[in-house]
Design a protein around this ligand. Structure first.
Ligand SMILES: NC(=O)c1ccc[n+]([C@@H]2O[C@H](COP(=O)([O-])OP(=O)(O)OC[C@H]3O[C@@H](n4cnc5c(N)ncnc54)[C@H](OP(=O)(O)O)[C@@H]3O)[C@@H](O)[C@H]2O)c1
Length: 344
């Protein structure tokens, strides 16, 4: 089968299309005939090199939608030919503390396409437990664009963020894959939505997704723009993945009792916090990563209902994965780049 792979860490140039052996499903697994996958910022971190062991040569792509092609031993209730989308989280029980008894530390939480081979290929092996049937009216591309970003945004806004109707929420990195979903989820929940993004075009697009107020970080003085827009009252929830570049501004923007939910650190992980803001305003700083199987289903059902949709920046083939990395790295993408293998 054809796959977009890399055999060493580095820049986008390490990615190329190669011929690999078609994998066979083991017990509890299925082989997916991949019809669509999509690029996430995670693919950039994995390609550059993380302090985690990954299979080499590596097939990226945490998101997958396709048709069940073959089932392994012990798989009941999943028939070849079924249209599915794949939950990219593996061993979620570790996150919930379900597997932290003595001697039961393993396996730690993992992500498909990071710790395992992903969907930038004609076929992929996935656990049968991670499959969610795809309704006929939802395309493979829509589903593959929405999976990882949808579950992450859902948990950040609804699960960890506990956003309620009428609250004020601030989403950073507005054009990002997760953020474009978070904006829609927050708007749908009945919140008043502020978004920090870059440039007029992205500003117009995030408004179309539901943002009430837009801060253009490329226009300078983000803190001043935000202060003027908020009019003396802070936000109840911040949903951030930008990290270093905006941290101090975000902590200041929170109202008393506010929550800051953090799921990434695109601009760097080392921040300085004026702790007086944290205790005086009684703030909660909450980390979050991906989401549970229940949250994945909830996010995808919102997609199936048409409440939210991942904006598709463009669709490319396996040969285009390298270019897609370059484009996402340059910050030129609004939403998601979808990858389709040959014949899809
Ligand atoms: N913990 C988790 O479960 C989880 C899940 C998914 C992603 N993540 C992490 O969260 C981050 C976002 O992921 P994604 O896939 O949505 O990424 P993405 O599509 O690449 O979006 C990142 C966005 O960050 C903003 N940004 C980039 N450079 C910036 C800067 N210098 N200052 C301010 N904003 C900047 C840009 O938005 P604007 O130009 O609109 O400002 C950009 O579109 C990544 O770091 C990713 O690794 C974590």
């Amino acid at each position: 089968m054809k796959a977009a792979i890399f055999a060493e860490n580095g820049g986008p140039e390490v990615i190329h299309v190669a011929e690999l052996e078609r994998p066979e499903p083991g017990p509890g697994q299925v082989r997916l005939d991949v019809r669509a996958s999509s690029l996430n910022h995670l693919d950039l971190w994995v390609r550059r090199g993380l302090p985690v062991e990954i299979p080499m040569p590596h097939v990226g792509g945490s998101d997958m939608a396709g048709v069940v092609d073959a089932v392994g031993a012990g798989v009941d209730g999943v028939r070849p030919g079924t249209r599915v989308v794949v939950d990219p989280s593996l061993d979620w029980g570790w996150v919930e503390g379900l597997r932290r008894g003595p001697g039961l530390h393993e396996p730690e939480f993992r992500v498909m396409g990071e710790h395992t081979q992903g969907g930038f290929a004609e076929y992929a092996i996935v656990p049968a437990d991670n499959l969610l049937a795809l309704p006929d009216h939802v395309s493979f591309q829509e589903a593959a664009a929405a999976g990882l970003v949808g579950v992450t945004a859902w948990r950040a806004v609804v699960g960890r963020g506990q956003l309620r109707a009428g609250e004020r929420v601030l989403v950073t990195g507005g054009s990002g894959g997760v953020s474009t979903m978070a904006i829609q989820i927050a708007r749908h929940a009945g919140a008043e939505v502020w978004v920090i993004t870059s440039g007029e075009d992205n500003g117009a697009r995030v408004r179309e997704l539901g943002a009430h107020h837009v801060i253009d970080r490329t226009a300078g003085d983000v803190k001043g723009q935000l202060r003027a827009s908020l009019g003396g009252r802070g936000v109840d929830l911040v949903v951030d993945s930008v990290g270093e570049a905006l941290w101090g501004t975000l902590v200041r923007a929170l109202a008393p009792g506010g929550r800051l939910v953090l799921y990434g650190a695109t601009t760097g992980p080392k921040v300085e916090t004026d702790l007086r803001h944290v205790f005086w305003k009684q703030l909660s700083i909450l980390g979050t990563t991906m989401g549970s199987p229940v949250e994945f289903r909830a996010a995808m059902e919102a997609v199936f209902r048409g409440d939210v949709a991942a904006p598709v920046h463009r669709v490319t083939d396996l040969d285009g994965v390298r270019g897609a990395h370059e484009e996402l790295e340059a910050g030129d993408v609004f939403g998601k780049i979808v990858v389709v293998p040959p014949g899809s």
